[in-house]
Design a protein around this ligand. Structure first.
Ligand SMILES: NC(=O)c1ccc[n+]([C@@H]2O[C@H](COP(=O)([O-])OP(=O)(O)OC[C@H]3O[C@@H](n4cnc5c(N)ncnc54)[C@H](OP(=O)(O)O)[C@@H]3O)[C@@H](O)[C@H]2O)c1
Length: 282
């Protein structure tokens, strides 16, 4: 193990768990920062609601991966401050998980404020901007629909170059490395996929019927609210999916994964097979 030390915020989450795993595989020392221990790395207590835990979680690290738990009240607004704390402890390289949405977000939105804060800090920095995660259908907001066999979203026949979070993590880890790339890094899969194609890949890998149904925004928001998500979050996702459905938003595929890792992004078949092999399905 080298003494290069990286703090990974959200190391139990969708991207963070893979960032921690891939960083350990590089021989780095990983401090898995969160409110509970993660599978990879040494646990460093970090609670978004307790600022006293922030500094110790970053102290002594050479680099940090920061994500905002978007559904945790107050966390988006506190992200600029957390980034400042990370930089002030001596971490000289910070990689922020943002979103491709930041491209079109208002300048005063939490995403853009966090990005601008990072860019103004005296550190090497990279902003990872992924598109929609495939993993939303297996370990994220839409997993319940997958296990019910019916993906019900207001996405019409629109397409998205969905990304596997293992690829988001690979880009983040490349940027965390000494001399890693800096600046804005858009991350997508390599092909435009409809929700019908995602459903078919999941059905084949899990060996159960899973289909896609185009629904109106209200039904979709109701389904998310029944799972405990806020109306605001549901509305945000519904609006974005409607733009895709109506062809107002065509998300271009980027070559960042291939450029930084030397391999193609995981495709939807590979994604679905990976989760079929690793998930305990309800
Ligand atoms: N989903 C997508 O399609 C997509 C696409 C592009 C960008 N993004 C971006 O991905 C980012 C993260 O997504 P997510 O919200 O779904 O995160 P996530 O991957 O579910 O991870 C959230 C992490 O934050 C931790 N956490 C939550 N509350 C905490 C607290 N009070 N104190 C300490 N740790 C806490 C969770 O730990 P526990 O295990 O303790 O809960 C978990 O490790 C967002 O900024 C979003 O914009 C998502």
């Amino acid at each position: 193990m080298s003494d290069y030390t990286v703090t990974v915020v959200g190391a139990t989450g969708k991207t963070g768990r893979h960032v921690a795993e891939q960083a350990v595989a590089r021989g780095w020392r990983v401090r898995a920062a969160g409110r509970r221990a993660a599978r990879h790395g040494e646990w460093a207590m970090l609670d978004w609601d307790d600022e006293d835990t922030w500094r110790p979680a970053f102290s002594g690290s050479d680099a940090a991966y920061v994500l905002t738990p978007f559904n945790h009240p107050g966390a988006p607004e506190r992200t600029p401050h957390l980034l400042g704390v990370a930089a002030s402890t001596g971490a000289s390289r910070i990689v922020l998980l943002s979103s491709l949405d930041a491209d079109s977000a208002a300048e005063d939105s939490p995403l853009r404020l966090a990005e601008r804060t990072l860019q103004a800090l005296p550190v090497h920095s990279a902003i990872v901007r992924p598109t929609w995660f495939l993993d939303n259908f297996t370990v994220g907001s839409f997993a319940t629909m997958t296990w019910a066999g019916d993906l019900r979203l207001p996405a019409g026949n629109g397409t998205i170059p969905f990304v596997d979070v293992r690829d988001v993590a690979a880009v983040a880890v490349a940027a965390l490395a000494p001399s890693g790339p800096q600046g804005v890094l858009p991350v997508t899969g390599h092909e435009q996929l409809s929700h019908d194609q995602v459903a078919a890949a999941l059905a084949a890998a899990f060996g159960r019927p899973i289909t896609y149904t185009d629904v109106d925004s209200e039904e979709f928001i109701g389904l998310l609210m029944a799972r405990g998500f806020s109306r605001g979050y549901g509305q945000f996702l519904a609006d974005a999916l409607r733009e895709v459905a109506e062809g107002r938003l065509l998300i271009p595929a980027s070559d960042t994964v291939e450029r930084l890792t030397g391999r193609r992004p995981h495709d939807v078949i590979d994604f679905a097979r990976y989760h079929a092999a690793h998930l305990a399905v309800p």
